[in-house]
Ligand binder design. Structure first.
Ligand code: NA7
Length: 556
């Protein structure tokens, strides 16, 4: 073992395993973290609660599950060989293909020997005497590591809402975020789906094509843009590969959301009605998330936003034959894009099928679930199976499930009870040597996640190498730097329309969760620059100590 430091202090029982770094999670973040650290010569143990790699792509197997970022971009860039040898079949790869890719990466870089599957990290306590994390896993293993990295994912803690009678339902209940591995055949069944977020919008057309009848229970309509998914040709893949250096550079350094795209040069109100409509038509035809890049002020200016929102509402009215159904599907309570925009294949058109019924559950919600029905407004909708497309306890949910104790035995859950507080999204004061990948306070879910994951992993790996090179043992965000960063994250969010939506970005989908805008909205390129400058200034805003605690070598 090439430990960062030898383990000093207590005399532990022989059953305690030691390593340099423990990584929680073997999704795209955990896998790359392992790869980077191992190459640097650190000993690493990864724990993954799923039975295989892939993280959210291991669990999210619902019908129609796809990434909403084009696969040629939603893929690792750290290995040129990898990005040249892997052929994505479609513009937006389906979940099984993304999972296959994750497995390929695990095999290609021989990651599996250092990953323990089907095992959770339940508890982690920082021992201030030895400056090590003491970790307990769900199978009772005790471990000690100098560093702990949470690669637990932002959308991996599926949320089952409290609905009266849910546990009494006599048919099968499925959650989109926890779908059975063997798949589900809805042929001849009457199915109900609760929720109309991204997961429902992807799965509704597929389930409708199988089921005898599908009832869609909608509380809040969402904006969705056609994906225009299609098979990728060899020429298209080659064009991407030829341009990869610039595509990847742009995504990392120049973009706001880590996606290569043509950036707008003007605001929506700078164009006249006809020109604006033509631009929206062009983006609608092109499809995908970049619809919101038609103009540069759509998320900053309400009047500008209204023009885009109205365009999509009109499209919904054009596509959906029944005017009453179309009206219910037209979002009316948040600016377009302030909830992650959805990307679909035939979602709105699915409501023209005779076997699909939209049930508006606003404002009173679902009254109760009965043995074989969902009751809304006194009507029973008879179903054989129920799909919960009700989302996740996003960004903090998976972290909160681990009992994390930092300095003085304070828990991270206590510290974050009024909302997550981090410095750069990477560390939280009072929790030394604990890193979070794509945590709250970083661009994270507002971006193409793989780009943000690679940035964090590289930053953390460089930081650990820096510390090892200088004999440093402890790194911790200072409270002062953290407070400043949290204020900055909020200030930037307030300059946009985002806080107007009751979104999971705000924690608004979880009853009792503090409403705070969690991701950093300043843009991926800007954020990377800030992180790089912090590192270049000797990790400004972090306190670092050498083995003798009194030797503080870098603080601010
Ligand atoms: P989301 O986007 O959080 O959507 C969850 C949906 O479930 C949303 O329509 C909710 O309505 C609805 N919901 C949640 N609880 C209830 C109850 N109790 N009753 C009725 N309806 C409810 O999750 P997804 O899985 O679709 O997508 C998450 C992300 O994954 C997505 O943004 C992509 O990045 C990938 P609400 O809006 O709260 O009224």
């Amino acid at each position: 073992m090439s430990a960062v430091s030898s383990i000093p202090g207590k005399n532990h029982a022989g059953s305690v395993e030691a390593c340099d770094v423990i990584v929680v999670g073997a999704g795209f973040a955990g896998m790359y973290m392992l790869h980077r650290l191992r190459k640097l010569g650190f000993s690493v143990k990864v724990f993954e609660q799923g039975g295989d790699v892939g993280g959210t792509w291991y669990w999210n197997r619902y019908p129609g599950a796809r990434c909403d970022v084009e696969s040629m971009q939603y893929s690792y860039s750290f290995s040129d060989e990898l990005q040249r040898e892997w052929d994505w079949s479609e513009r937006y790869a389906p979940q099984p293909e993304i999972l296959k890719y994750a497995r390929h990466v695990a095999d290609r870089f021989n990651l599996r020997p250092d990953i323990t599957f089907n095992t959770r990290v339940d508890r982690a306590e920082f021992d201030e005497n030895s400056n090590h994390w003491e970790v307990t896993t769900s199978d009772g293993r005790q471990l000690r590591a100098a560093f702990l990295v949470l690669a637990t994912g932002c959308l991996s803690n599926a949320r089952v809402p409290e609905i009266k009678g849910l546990s009494e339902f006599k048919g099968k209940v499925y959650h989109t975020g926890h779908w059975p591995h063997e798949g589900v055949d809805f042929t001849d069944q009457r199915v109900g789906i609760i929720g109309t977020g991204s997961s429902a919008i992807q799965s509704v057309p597929v389930i409708a094509s199988q089921a005898r009848h599908l009832f869609v229970f909608q509380r809040t309509p969402n904006f969705s843009i056609p994906a225009r998914n299609a098979a990728l040709t060899d020429e298209e893949r080659e064009a991407f590969r030829r341009n990869y250096p610039e595509i990847r550079r742009f995504a990392r350094e120049d973009s706001r959301n880590a996606i290569y795209a043509e950036l707008p040069d003007r605001g929506a109100l700078d164009d006249g009605e006809n020109a604006r409509r033509a631009k929206y038509e062009e983006r609608w035809e092109k499809g995908g998330l970049t619809f919101m890049l038609a103009y540069n002020n759509l998320l900053l200016d309400q009047a500008a936003n209204d023009t885009a929102a109205n365009f999509v509402r009109e499209k919904i009215a054009e596509i959906v034959a029944d005017p009453a159904t179309a009206r219910i599907l037209q979002p009316d309570n948040h600016p377009i894009g302030t909830k992650r925009i959805c990307v679909d294949t035939n979602y709105y058109a699915t409501f023209n099928r005779p076997n699909v019924t939209l049930v508006n559950i606003r404002p009173h919600g679902i009254e109760e679930i009965r043995d074989h029905a969902v009751r809304v407004g006194g009507n029973d909708y008879e179903i054989d199976a129920l799909v919960l497309a009700t989302g996740f306890d996003a960004m903090t949910g998976s972290v909160a499930k681990i009992d994390i104790l930092g300095r003085g035995g304070a828990t991270l859950n206590q510290k974050w009870s009024d909302g997550p507080k981090t410095y750069l999204g990477l560390m939280s004061a009072g929790f030394p040597n604990l890193f979070i990948i794509t945590g709250p306070g970083s661009p994270s879910v507002l971006s193409n996640m793989i780009v943000s994951i690679e940035q964090h992993v590289d930053w953390i790996a460089d930081c650990l190498a820096f510390m090892r090179g200088r004999g440093l043992e402890v790194i911790e965000a200072t409270r002062q730097a953290e407070e400043k960063w949290v204020a900055h994250v909020n200030d930037v969010a307030e300059t946009t329309l985002y806080p107007q939506a009751n979104s999971w970005y705000m924690g608004a989908n979880i009853p009792g969760k503090p409403r705070i805008f969690m991701p950093y909205i300043g843009g991926v390129g800007v954020y990377r620059k800030i992180c790089d400058e912090v590192a270049a200034k000797g990790y400004e805003g972090f306190a670092m100590t050498a083995r003798e605690p009194e030797r503080v070598v870098a603080t601010s």
